[in-house]
Design a protein around this ligand. Structure first.
Ligand code: FE
Length: 192
């Protein structure tokens, strides 16, 4: 794979179709600037500020953009809030649609045929694979991304976090908890 990628890159550069500096810039953007730490800030704000959470529920695209996160693959955002009765999970059954501005690029498993099919057919089994076992009375709902709409799961705020700053709260928010294949970390786990 490595050789094939390098051969392809060499050809594209030689023919002048791509600029290596532009590619480097793109890679750096998604390695450093854009990633799940952005989504974690959105979740932390929603936990800390009920007015923001309300805005996020009504117009996620605008509420997220207000924190500086917008652009490709995030033009039409929908935030789904986990509750005591309902757990949400996100998949793209067709391919790999994913909210880049808040989560970065999708993990390999998100794009796999196994996840894309099993998330719909057997969501609880998928959750178990991720080490998440939910009580039977919690409903699991799976959202299938479309070519336009991208979902962000707002996990439930862990107990024992009263009075925490947004920075501290954000440290509990994992990537998987915003896809719905995980839960936010409990304070004890996140403590140094
Ligand atoms: Fe897709």
């Amino acid at each position: 794979m490595d050789l094939r990628v390098r051969a392809l890159e060499t050809l594209l550069v030689r023919k002048g179709y791509v600029d290596p500096a532009a590619i480097d810039r793109l890679i750096e953007t998604y390695e450093v600037q854009v990633g799940p730490h952005n989504g974690a800030r959105v979740v932390a704000r929603a936990w800390a500020d009920p007015a923001y959470a309300d805005w996020l529920a009504r117009d996620a695209t605008a509420a997220i953009a207000s924190l500086g996160y917008s652009g490709r693959q995030g033009e039409h955002m929908v935030a789904v809030f986990n509750t005591a009765d309902t757990h949400y999970m996100v998949v793209c059954t067709l391919c790999s649609c994913y909210p880049w501005p808040v989560l970065g690029l999708p993990p390999v498993w998100y794009k796999s045929a196994a996840y894309r099919s099993r998330a719909v057919m057997a969501p609880r089994a998928v959750l178990a694979d991720f080490g998440v076992t939910l009580p039977a009375d919690i409903q699991v709902r799976v959202w299938d991304s479309t070519a336009e709409v991208r979902y962000l799961v707002i996990p439930q705020r862990p107990g024992g976090t009263d009075g925490w700053s947004e920075d501290r709260l954000a440290s509990l928010v994992t990537r998987d908890s915003m896809i719905g294949t995980g839960l936010a970390q409990a304070p004890a786990v996140a403590a140094p």
